[in-house]
Design a protein around this ligand. Sequence first.
Ligand code: MF3
Ligand code: CO
Length: 249
Amino acid sequence: MSVTIKTAKEIQLMRESCARLSEVFECLGEMIKPGITTKEIDREAERLIRAHGGIPNFLNYNGYPASICTSVNEEVVHGIPGDRILVEGDIISLDCGLIWQGYHSDMARTFAVGQISPEAQKLIDVTRESFFRGIEFARAGNHLNDISSAIGAYAESFGYGVVRDLVGHGIGTSLHEDPQVPNFAMKRRGVKLVPGMTLAIEPMITAGTWEVDWLDDDWTVVTADDSLAAHYENTVLITEGDPEILTLR
Ligand code: MF3
Ligand code: CO
């Protein structure tokens, strides 16, 4: 598949999809407290998505069994909601998306459960900031690698690991479109950015190694050294000027 350039009408639908998703996230963020289970977060996510007129796009995606990914501590992404109870000091990455009138949105945030260590908070902050370092290069005429290398260089300057086995992606009428959007420098400059491209840019950063393993559920991605991991994702529109971060309210 090639990179899709959205029309004005499609861009409007992407905006609407992403606005709904960011409202869902605002509610989910308020639920994150010690004592809640990840399954309860999933149920509320699905309810909120449908209440906003959307369809959960993760549910049944390649057989994925939930509407949201809940990844705790050393889990990087794709943690499956279940009976796990969040405890004070955990960090949890929520990754969620929806379909609105045929258009997909995708975003992720890492939340603190109660009081967390300064080390965990720093990892969350640097992961978020790495996205914004990358986004400075999300401008028409630049190339994809300008974004990727800025994200990676910033995170690595703290000694953090930048996950390489998973990347961001184009997004539109499918959850995953071309191009792939790595969070580390590539040898090639990648595609040229053009107004109307919509990209899910999603640094996945660890407090240790970049290497990851898969659990036996075949979904949950964990750090190979059990270090903490954080995730920060927005769906972004390339414009003639500044990028529009569609999932930021
Ligand atoms: N949000 C993930 C991504 O950014 C997709 C998760 S698909 C699921 O690519 F099936 F695991 F939910
Ligand atoms: Co994504």
